[in-house]
Design a protein around this ligand. Structure first.
Ligand SMILES: Cc1cc2nc3c(=O)[nH]c(=O)nc-3n(C[C@H](O)[C@H](O)[C@H](O)COP(=O)(O)OP(=O)(O)OC[C@H]3O[C@@H](n4cnc5c(N)ncnc54)[C@H](O)[C@@H]3O)c2cc1C
Length: 485
């Protein structure tokens, strides 16, 4: 049984989606005209995140007949905006730099408007450090008895330390060569790199493990991966200082990309098995439907692909990558305030805490950059796992309680509106992929190679860019691969 665009649209109209994100999509996104059913296909693309949508569009431009299968009842994957919340808070992809050539191009094609949101994040007082429940300015931190950083770096804030050391002292001469065998000696735990920079274990715990950008602690992530990321970030700064977000919410980008496609984007199709032969490929869905094409492009994160049966099975480093690559735990709460308590206590609304409240990021997406439309509270690594184990309601109550305990002016003024955990999303199982020590050298060169008629894309397979730009880069690579096959 297949389902074309029209029947999908009707299914949505019947309210099959309940309170899910799809019910918040603009009507225009659901009112696409009926298209051909997914038969006689050249390529089936699995996953309607930006990489899958981009690969599908590129192949259609070359005259191929393509359909996209998506497990969720929405497109966009890790691009996910709460469209019914004030300021349209982003639960996923936040912004693109001026060097995002592919991202900017995709936005233009999709007909969405990009606006510079960087200045909005910089609006108002800079976030404050909260240690053990007490607010500290940078100056107070520099002379604080609990500051474990080396004397020459006492005024560096914990949230700045890892990126600063990477930026100033990376041993990776050419960041584009991160996955080359010549860089293998750098594929060590981040912990080793940080120790070599003079950080003690307590300093490493504070600078990284309390709120790790990648991984759950400095042992389980490769320094080489972070050095690659550092190179990409520097290249972005060289391109310009603006950070672009999509006006009205980033989710409009994948919605616009999906509307560009001639073939079907079929939602609610959870892939459970992929079978390839010498002459074609068949994809099996949880609901019993099957789809066939000459080739399959799989953009599923490996965290979910590992639950899909692949026939014939993958082998070697590729099989190891699919089963082993870790995904970043990241959980978020969205709060609003009935009154600006930060004006009352005179402190910044932004907080980086060493405690259970994680990091509080004010959202400045109202009519003026000064207006705070909400507070995005973020936990990464082990803290995210802890929040998730508490469960949504208890976690939200705990977060509100923690902020109120630190800031009495906030008491009774916080409203917990939303909780979102990337680890608990069955179609992601974590935020972005990260490589453990040794995995860059062992897995990256092998893991994205085609296996017969099965091809791979997605941010985890990018080798030249990061984030959304990396996802789009991977789509280009895989589209060329299919065209040349
Ligand atoms: C919190 C957060 C913040 C971010 N911030 C930034 C940023 O500021 N800048 C930046 O450049 N990048 C950022 N990113 C990263 C960026 O969003 C991703 O790199 C990009 O969106 C990934 O696209 P993708 O197509 O590779 O994967 P995905 O978007 O994950 O797409 C994969 C698709 O496959 C589907 N799927 C999975 N399993 C199945 C299955 N079994 N059956 C059917 N379908 C399935 C999923 O539902 C999903 O739609 C951020 C990500 C997150 C989560």
């Amino acid at each position: 049984m297949t389902m074309d665009r029209r029947s999908f649209t009707l299914g949505m109209a019947k309210g099959a989606i309940g309170a899910g994100i799809a019910s918040m999509l603009p009507t225009a996104a659901l009112a696409a005209p009926a298209k051909k059913t997914a038969t006689g296909l050249d390529v089936l693309v699995l996953g309607a995140g930006v990489s899958g949508l981009q690969a599908a569009w590129m192949l259609e431009e070359q005259g191929l007949k393509v359909a996209v299968l998506e497990g969720r009842q929405r497109v966009g994957g890790r691009v996910m905006t709460l469209l019914d919340e004030p300021g349209y808070p982003e639960m996923g992809f936040n912004s693109m730099g001026e060097g995002y050539g592919r991202g900017i191009d995709a936005a233009q094609r999709a007909g969405v408007t990009l606006e510079d949101i960087g200045s909005r994040y910089r609006a108002g007082k800079p976030p404050m450090l909260w240690m053990n429940g007490q607010p500290l300015t940078r100056e107070q931190w520099a002379s604080h008895p609990g500051n474990p950083f080396p004397d020459s770096m006492k005024s560096v804030l914990p949230a700045e330390m890892v990126n600063k050391l990477l930026a100033e002292r990376t041993p990776l001469a050419d960041w584009n060569a991160w996955a080359d065998p010549a860089s293998a000696a750098l594929d060590v735990p981040l912990h080793d790199f940080l120790r070599a920079q003079g950080l003690s274990d307590p300093a490493i715990r504070l600078a990284n493990d309390v709120s790790p950008y990648y991984g759950t602690n400095s042992w389980d992530v490769s320094a080489l991966m972070l050095e690659f990321n550092d190179g990409f970030v520097k290249a972005q700064f060289e391109a310009g200082t603006k950070s672009f977000g999509v006006k009205g919410g980033n989710l409009h980008l994948p919605i616009g990309m999906a509307k560009l496609l001639k073939g079907d984007v079929i939602l609610g199709k959870e892939i459970v098995a992929i079978e390839t032969t010498d002459s074609g490929a068949t994809v099996y869905c949880r609901d019993g439907s099957t789809f066939s094409a000459k080739r399959v492009i799989c953009s599923l994160p490996f965290s979910t692909l590992r639950h899909v049966k692949i026939m014939p099975g993958l082998s070697g480093a590729q099989a190891e990558a699919v089963s082993q690559i870790a995904y970043q735990p990241l959980s978020m709460a969205f709060l609003t305030a009935t009154a600006p308590f930060w004006d009352e206590d005179g402190l910044s609304p932004g907080m980086w805490t060493d405690g259970l409240a994680g990091t509080v990021i004010p959202q400045h997406f109202g009519a003026t950059p000064e207006e705070v439309t909400g507070l995005l509270v973020q936990a990464r690594g082990s803290l995210a796992n802890y929040w998730d184990r508490l469960g949504r309601e208890k976690a939200l109550a705990m977060i509100v309680g923690q902020i109120e305990a630190m800031r009495p002016a906030a008491k009774g003024k916080l409203m917990a509106r939303n909780y979102f955990s990337w680890s608990q999303e069955v179609f992601n199982g974590g935020d972005w992929a990260y490589f453990g020590p040794g995995q860059v050298s062992r897995l990256v060169p092998e893991m994205s190679k085609p296996s017969g008629r099965l091809h791979f894309c997605g941010e985890h397979t990018a080798t030249g860019a990061r984030g959304l730009e990396g996802a789009l880069e991977s789509a280009e690579r895989v589209a060329l691969e299919v065209l040349e096959a």
